[in-house]
Design a protein around this ligand. Structure first.
Ligand SMILES: Cc1cc2nc3c(=O)[nH]c(=O)nc-3n(C[C@H](O)[C@H](O)[C@H](O)COP(=O)(O)O)c2cc1C
Length: 241
């Protein structure tokens, strides 16, 4: 508990220094009266309640692992919070573990114009601007034919208490393909846990079923891979994999 609060406080300081304030999308608006105070509350509450995932979604019935599973994820390399410069993103590490354990296919969401800054502080500024503008940055590549999948894991880093805006581009552009599927969210983060990814995914994809999500601390993904793999496998096991 103490550790989580410390992490939360560290995040708050970091975010406040970066000029942090608000999160809000068409899917879920957290518009604060006092932006910094609101972020403080949100980060601390999230650290308290969401680090281990979420409890407000339906656990999936046990199911046999099949080839009809896809892992979609977004992740950044470069300088990241509390892990220095990384050449494999925190979320990418977790995505790989899920794919290895389930035999799922993978699709990485990459920005079409990859002009996201390399340094952490600059990246937070760009991401904040995208959030404030409710932007829909384009992604590159061709999404696989989603009709062949019944379950889709969807993961991303928490950015300002929300999915990165590029994920909303994916949700909206693939609304038809995601409809009727089971979507299972996962996050990596620096204290905010799942940050309502499940709820926001439900809002963005109302015709899908959202399963129980998983939140992994980004530092653990880089530095404590064995325990993260165990958490991932336990979670998958609970989902019937
Ligand atoms: C733009 C930006 C905003 C972030 N906002 C949050 C946040 O609100 N809460 C949090 O816990 N972590 C936040 N983080 C930390 C990332 O969620 C964390 O480092 C994550 O593991 C990075 O994953 P990646 O390497 O896959 O990109 C933020 C990081 C960035 C770059």
């Amino acid at each position: 508990m103490k550790k989580r609060i410390i992490v939360g406080v560290m995040m708050v300081c970091m975010l406040a220094l970066a000029g942090c304030g608000q999160s809000g999308t068409s899917a879920d608006s957290n518009t604060p009266g006092n932006a910094e105070e609101q972020q403080t509350v949100e980060v601390l509450e999230s650290a308290e309640t969401e680090n281990t995932g979420n409890s407000d979604t339906t656990a999936l019935d046990a199911q046999t692992p099949t080839e009809d599973t896809l892992v979609v994820y977004f992740s950044r390399t470069g300088e990241q919070y509390n892990v220095g410069v990384i050449d494999k993103g925190n979320t990418a590490i977790v995505a790989d573990m899920i794919a290895e354990q389930t035999g799922a296919d993978k699709f990485e969401i990459l920005p079409q114009e990859d002009d996201y800054p390399y340094t952490y502080d600059e990246l937070t500024d760009v991401a904040k601007k995208e959030l404030n503008e409710n932007a829909r940055p384009a992604y590159a590549g061709d999404v696989p034919d989603l009709s062949q999948y019944s379950t889709i894991f969807i993961g991303a880093p928490v950015w300002w208490g929300d999915w990165p805006m590029i994920m909303y581009t994916f949700f909206e552009e693939n609304a038809e393909g995601l409809s009727g599927k089971t979507l299972i969210p996962f996050s990596t983060h620096a204290g905010s846990g799942l940050s309502g990814f499940d709820r926001k995914l439900s809002s963005a994809c109302p015709d899908s079923t959202v399963g129980t999500g998983l939140a992994i601390a980004g530092t653990d993904a880089q530095k404590h891979k064995d325990s993260v793999r165990q958490s991932v496998n336990d979670w998958l096991s609970g989902l019937g994999y």
